[in-house]
Design a protein. Structure first.
Length: 201
C-alpha cells in the first residue's frame, strides 16, 4: 500500500493523471459552456421576437382603423363619390385583414414546443399555453371592434357626413387601444418566460 501511494505521488504519474483529466474534462466543460451560451442567445432572440410579433398585430389593427378613417374623411369632402370609394375600401380592407389573419393567430402557435427545445422549466409550457389563450381572446375582441367598422363603412346604411361615423371611429380606436395595452402585458409576460435568468431588457 505504501509503495502504491509512493507511485501515485510520483511526478510522472501525477502528470499523466492530470493530462488524462484535462483531456476528458476540458472538452466537456467547453461543450457545456458553449451549449449554455447558445441556449441563452436563442432564448433572448425568442423573447425579442415575441415582442415584435405582438407589435406587428398592433400595427395591422391600427392600419385597418386608419383605412376607415381616411375613407370617411375623403367621402365627407366629396360625398358624390362615396359608392366608388366604398368598393375601393372593401378591396383594401380585405387585403389588410387577410394579412392580419395570416399572422395574428399563428405566430405564437409553436411557443410551447419551443419552450421545451430551449430547455425551459417544465411548467413553462402550461403557462405559455394559458397566455396564448388569453392573447387569442383579446384578438377576438379586437376583431369584433374592426368588424363593427367594416359593417358600417362598407354597408348600404353608410351615410356620408353622419356625425355617428366619427363617434364610431373614436369608440373603436379607444377600445382597440385598451385591448392593445392588455396584449402588451401578455406579450411582455411571454417574453419574460424566455429570457435567461439574470438577464434584463
Amino acid at each position: 500500500m505504501k509503495k502504491f501511494l509512493e507511485i501515485c505521488k510520483h511526478p510522472l504519474v501525477l502528470l499523466l493523471v492530470g493530462s488524462a483529466l484535462s483531456y476528458l474534462l476540458i472538452p466537456w466543460i467547453t461543450d457545456s459552456s458553449s451549449h449554455k451560451r447558445v441556449l441563452q442567445e436563442e432564448r433572448v432572440e425568442r423573447a425579442v421576437d415575441v415582442l415584435k410579433q405582438g407589435l406587428t398585430d398592433d400595427q395591422k389593427l391600427i392600419s385597418m382603423v386608419n383605412l376607415f378613417e381616411m375613407f370617411n374623411k375623403d367621402v365627407e369632402a366629396d360625398p358624390k363619390t362615396y359608392k366608388a370609394a366604398q368598393a375601393e375600401l372593401k378591396t383594401a380592407f380585405d387585403k389588410q385583414y387577410l394579412e392580419f389573419d395570416q399572422h395574428a393567430w399563428w405566430w405564437g402557435h409553436d411557443l410551447p414546443i419551443q419552450s421545451g427545445l430551449l430547455e425551459l422549466p417544465a411548467e413553462s409550457k402550461q403557462t405559455i399555453e394559458s397566455l396564448n389563450y388569453e392573447y387569442s381572446k383579446n384578438l377576438l375582441a379586437a376583431v369584433k371592434q374592426i368588424d363593427v367598422l367594416r359593417v358600417k363603412f362598407t354597408g348600404k346604411t353608410y351615410v356620408p357626413g353622419d356625425p355617428h361615423n366619427a363617434e364610431l371611429l373614436l369608440a373603436a380606436r379607444q377600445a382597440l387601444g385598451d385591448l392593445a395595452n392588455a396584449r402588451g402585458g401578455i406579450t411582455s409576460h411571454l417574453a419574460a418566460i424566455f429570457m435567461p435568468p439574470g438577464r434584463r431588457w
